[in-house]
Structure formats: structure tokens, C-alpha cells
Design a binder for this molecule. Structure first.
Ligand SMILES: Cc1cc2nc3c(=O)[nH]c(=O)nc-3n(C[C@H](O)[C@H](O)[C@H](O)COP(=O)(O)OP(=O)(O)OC[C@H]3O[C@@H](n4cnc5c(N)ncnc54)[C@H](O)[C@@H]3O)c2cc1C
Length: 399
């Protein structure tokens, strides 16, 4: 437990029991990432704050760059957070693809997209999380806390926390990400499948100076890629490639290699002074799909239900979109009809989310080409696509 809970001298189970004494629905959210924090903020806004447990510490948020589509960003209107969101994020106006020679392969303006649906904005994930969590009463958030055991019954869930204490809830929301423990504890293993691409990479921050802060830029080669993604006041640089290739190098050695491979220009300059690269987290490019989202009184939300490759940059937006739908369904039910509300949440959302995942997988197939020859064919094909064509399923969802 963290400092804010020192007034509660009890265990996690004991404190949450106090918090939930008068709750209409006793809800536990496991995982304070994008999905869990959005749902917690939406429920709190309605005066029904849930309990939120987060494995990480209050200040230990991993901050990588997120591009948010209006699908996600618009949820912040109802939380009265949209203005602040605009202040701490940056509107993207262009997406530019380069080929390995450094030449521009395609340049897409995002203006029409913005006019029709709203802005795509770049934001530091840590700042977005802090904003969302500011909408949840501090005493309802338990950092450095997780769940040890879940006894899922048709009329309630008994959860044992990492401190050994237990508490009963009406509903548990598993929002604990791609490698969800809640899912593993409650759902049969044959209900979900990971899909590995064989690619991965490292991301680091660097100063924005010298870069166009309104442009996402990626260089797609054979076997590797580099992306630069501006947020409010800095630039995220991502170095990716096939894991077979990357396993030969440390992150810094790989950056050095790319500095030699990439012709002089913006992208090469992005690779200068990549401090902290060797300590950078290695992201595995994999996703996951669970065919079942609900089991009795446990429901999955965000990446734990359907996880995303970062290729379309839409996972966080879908997590927020799903949180809004779940919050809406929970507002229209009492404990007696909870099962029906969860069924409606799945009916409204699962197909949409899987369409967005399909789009991300399509882009991964385009992007992750191991050899130079297949990369050349890919580059030829990419020239024929419009932005709407590349984001076909996501555009359908926006409509
Ligand atoms: C490198 C990279 C770049 C990406 N870029 C984009 C992008 O530009 N745009 C975009 O929309 N999406 C992007 N994504 C995808 C996006 O980050 C995810 O889809 C989104 O964060 C999903 O939200 P979530 O809340 O379900 O999971 P997460 O944000 O992963 O949150 C899960 C939370 O649960 C906590 N947790 C885990 N296990 C437990 C446990 N047992 N008990 C308690 N807490 C637990 C974790 O600490 C974490 O806080 C990217 C992903 C990666 C890896």
C-alpha cells in the first residue's frame, strides 16, 4: 500500500471493504494502465468510484509515446479532461514513410482525417495516465498491489490480494494488459492465443529540437525499421527489427549500425545522442486475442481482451473506447442484471476491437519484411495505397 492509505490501518482487503460499504456496484479493476485508469475515471466521474489495484508504483509509470486517435481522445470530453489533454499532447498533421535510401516513399496528410473525425495526437503515456488517474479518488488506488487468487462465482468474486487479504466484489475487471494474470487465473488457456511476429525493438526519448513536431516519420527497410514520433515536448525514437537480426547486437550497437546504414538526413540525425538506449526496455512485437471476454463476474478490458501490435497505433484508443462502453453499460444496470450488461458490452465492442486488431496485423505484414527483395515488393505496393486504404478497418470503426 502507498502513503495515501496510511490512514487505513487495515490490509488491502480491509481498506477496500470500508471504501465499498455504500457502493451500488462493488467493482475491482486490476491494472491501472490506459484501459483500467479510463474506466476508473469514468466511474468516479459518475460518483461510483471503483477500487483500482496497480502492480507498479505511483511514479514508476513506463512512458513511451502514444498516438491517440479521436476514438480514444474523445472519451476525455466526458471527463472534462480534453482541454488539459490538448495542452500536454501534440496534434499530428502528417505521416511520412521513407525507404531505406532515405527517400520519401509516401507522405500522407492527416488534415482530412482530422476534419472528419478529430485530431490524432501524440502524447507521453505517463502523462496520459497521470491525467486519467487524477480523476480517481487517491484512496481508491492501490499501487504495488496485485491479485493472488480469484474465486469467481455466479453472484460475486472473492479476490485475494498480494498481501494475503481477501475481499468480495460484484465485478472484477481484468485490465492488466497483454500478459494478463486475471485472464490466466479465470479463463481457460485455449480461449486466448498470442500471435508473434518475430520482430521487436527499443524505444528512447530525445529532445525535439530540429524536428518537425507535427510529423510521424518511419523508415521501412528489409529486416529493420526506424520510427520517430513527436509528443508535446520531446521525440520518441523507436529502433525495430527482426529478433534474429537484433539478437546479434546491444541496443547501442544496433543504433550505431543504423547510423551507418541510414543516409544523412532527419532520420539519421534522430539517431545521434540516444542516451539511455542500452537500458531501454525491449518490446516484443506480439499481440493476443481472447475469444471470450466474460466469465461469470469477471470481464476483460483493453489489451487483456485483445492486445495490439503498435503498427497502427490504435491499441490505447481502443482500450479507452472499450472502457467508455463498459462504463456506459455498468451505468444502466444493477447487480441483478450485471450478466446482461456484460453481454451487451461484448456485443457492442468485441467486433470493433477485433477489426482494429486486424488492421494492425495487416500493417505488420506490410512493415515487417525480413529480406530486401520482399521489402522492395512491399514498397511497390505501398505506393498504391491511400491513407484510407491502409487504415481501412479503423476508418470503418470511426464511422
Ligand atoms: C512500444 C509500444 C508502442 C505503442 N504505441 C501505441 C500508440 O502509438 N498508440 C496506441 O494507441 N497504442 C499503442 N500501443 C499499444 C498500447 O500501449 C496498448 O494497446 C494499451 O496500452 C492497452 O492498454 P491497457 O490498459 O489494456 O494495457 P496497459 O496500458 O499495458 O496497462 C496494463 C496495466 O496493468 C498493470 N498490471 C499488469 N499486471 C498486473 C497485475 N497482475 N496486477 C495489477 N496490475 C497489473 C500494468 O502495470 C499496467 O499498468 C503501443 C504499445 C507498445 C508496446
Amino acid at each position: 500500500m502507498t502513503a495515501q492509505h496510511t490512514s487505513c490501518q487495515l490490509t488491502v482487503g480491509g481498506c477496500t471493504s470500508n471504501i465499498l460499504t455504500h457502493a451500488r456496484l462493488r467493482i475491482l479493476i486490476v491494472g491501472g494502465g490506459i484501459a483500467g485508469s479510463t474506466l476508473a475515471a469514468l466511474l468516479s466521474r459518475r460518483g461510483e468510484p471503483p477500487v483500482l489495484v496497480e502492480r507498479g508504483g505511483k511514479n514508476g509509470v513506463s512512458g513511451y509515446a502514444l498516438g491517440l486517435y479521436p476514438l480514444g481522445g474523445r472519451v476525455l470530453h466526458g471527463l472534462d479532461m480534453y482541454q488539459r489533454y490538448c495542452q500536454i499532447s501534440r496534434k499530428m498533421e502528417r505521416y511520412v514513410m521513407h525507404e531505406s535510401s532515405g527517400n520519401v516513399l509516401r507522405e500522407f496528410s492527416l488534415e482530412e482525417f482530422s476534419e472528419n473525425y478529430g485530431d490524432i495526437r501524440g502524447i507521453d503515456r505517463g502523462l496520459l495516465l497521470a491525467l486519467l488517474r487524477s480523476g480517481v479518488p487517491e484512496e481508491n488506488i492501490y499501487y504495488n498491489t496485485t491479485v493472488q487468487h480469484i474465486q469467481n462465482n455466479p453472484y460475486g468474486v472473492v479476490v485475494t490480494f498480494s498481501d494475503g487479504s481477501a475481499q468480495e466484489f460484484d465485478l472484477v475487471v481484468g485490465a492488466d494488459g497483454i500478459h494478463s494474470d486475471v485472464r490466466a487465473m479465470v479463463f481457460p488457456q485455449d480461449m486466448y492465443t498470442y500471435k508473434k511476429t518475430g520482430w521487436g525493438g527499443w524505444g528512447v526519448w530525445r529532445p525535439l529540437s530540429g524536428f518537425d513536431g507535427a510529423t510521424y516519420r518511419e523508415l521501412w527497410a528489409g529486416g529493420w525499421f526506424v520510427g520517430v514520433y513527436p509528443v508535446h515536448d520531446k521525440l520518441a525514437v523507436f529502433l525495430g527489427g527482426s529478433k534474429k537480426e537484433l539478437s546479434k547486437y546491444t541496443a547501442a550497437e544496433f543504433a550505431e549500425l543504423l547510423r551507418k546504414r541510414i543516409p544523412a538526413g532527419l532520420l539519421r540525425s534522430a539517431l545521434q545522442s540516444l542516451e539511455g538506449l542500452d537500458g531501454a526496455y525491449f518490446w516484443d512485437m506480439e499481440d493476443c486475442r481472447s475469444s471470450q471476454w466474460v466469465s461469470k463476474r469477471v470481464v476483460l478490458l483493453g489489451d487483456s481482451a485483445t492486445a495490439f501490435l503498435p503498427t497502427a497505433g490504435v491499441g490505447a484508443s481502443m482500450a479507452m473506447d472499450s472502457a467508455a462502453v463498459l462504463a456506459d453499460e455498468l451505468s444502466r444496470t444493477n447487480v441483478e442484471y450485471l450478466a446482461l450488461a456484460l453481454e451487451k458490452y461484448v456485443l457492442r465492442q468485441q467486433n470493433r476491437v477485433e477489426m482494429a486488431q486486424k488492421n494492425s496485423r495487416f500493417l505488420a505484414r506490410m512493415m515487417f519484411q525480413d529480406s530486401l527483395s520482399t521489402a522492395l515488393v512491399r514498397n511497390y505496393l505501398v505506393r498504391m495505397y491511400s491513407l484510407k486504404g491502409l487504415l481501412k478497418d479503423i476508418v470503418k470503426i470511426m464511422k
